[in-house]
Design a protein around this ligand. Structure first.
Ligand SMILES: [Ca+2]
Length: 199
C-alpha cells in the first residue's frame, strides 16, 4: 500500500498548489476531459472537426475527426466519444503538466465505428510525438448499441514539465475509424487503482 499512500500524498499536494494564490497554472495539473464530454455535440448526431479546431482541451492536429454526440452510439464513459476518422484519419492531442522522470500510465477505452467498412481499425498513441503504442480494433459484428469497448493502457516516463499525449488514426481512406473514450492518467499507481488518483 506504499504506492497508494504516495499517490494520495501527490494528489493532496497538487490540490494545495492549485489553491495557492498566484500559483502558475500554465497547463492543466492533470489531463482534462479525457471523456470528450465538452463541448456538447448535437444529440443523435456528431460534430465534424478538422485540423486546427478543438474539443475542449484537445486539439485536432491533423486530418479530421468526429465528436460523437449523446445517443448516436454507445459511449464508454459519459455520453460522448471520438471517431478518429472524420473524412479521413485524424489526430487529437492534449498537453498537460508532468514531472520529469515520473512514470505515468494512460488508460483508455477503444472501439471502432461499425457503420461501414467493418473490419480492423488501427491507430497509435503518441507521447511527445513518438509512437508509444499501435492499437487495433475489429468492428466486425459490432453495432451502435454494442460498440464492444475494450480497455487499453500504455505507460511512459515523462521527460519534461509538460507532456503531449496524442491519439492518431492510421486507418487510411475511410470515414469509419477507431473510436476512443475515457482517457485517464495515473501518475503513480498500478492501473488497477488508477481511478483513485487520476484526473
Ligand atoms: Ca465520453
Amino acid at each position: 500500500m506504499v504506492a497508494l499512500r504516495a499517490c494520495v500524498t501527490t494528489v493532496a499536494a497538487a490540490g494545495l498548489l492549485a489553491l495557492m494564490p498566484g500559483a502558475a497554472l500554465a497547463a492543466p495539473v492533470a489531463l482534462d476531459d479525457g471523456s470528450f464530454e465538452y463541448p456538447t455535440a448535437p444529440a443523435n448526431s456528431f460534430s465534424a472537426l478538422t485540423a486546427g479546431q478543438s474539443i475542449g482541451p484537445w486539439t485536432i492536429d491533423s486530418g479530421s475527426v468526429d465528436l460523437i454526440g449523446s445517443g448516436f452510439w454507445q459511449a464508454a464513459d459519459g455520453k460522448q466519444s471520438v471517431d478518429l476518422n472524420g473524412q479521413g484519419p485524424g489526430k487529437v492531442s492534449q498537453t498537460f503538466t508532468t514531472t520529469a522522470g515520473k512514470t505515468y500510465t494512460v488508460s483508455y477505452a477503444l472501439a471502432g465505428n461499425p457503420a461501414g467498412n467493418q473490419g480492423v481499425k488501427t491507430g497509435q498513441v503518441l507521447v511527445d510525438g513518438q509512437d508509444f503504442q499501435n492499437f487495433s480494433f475489429d468492428t466486425t459484428g459490432k453495432s451502435f448499441a454494442q460498440m464492444g469497448y475494450v480497455g487499453r493502457q500504455v505507460t511512459f516516463v515523462a521527460t519534461g514539465a509538460s507532456t503531449t499525449l496524442s491519439f492518431a488514426s492510421t486507418t487510411a481512406s475511410s470515414a469509419y475509424g477507431p473510436v476512443i473514450d475515457n482517457v485517464r492518467i495515473g501518475s503513480c499507481c498500478s492501473c488497477s487503482s488508477c481511478s483513485s488518483c487520476s484526473g
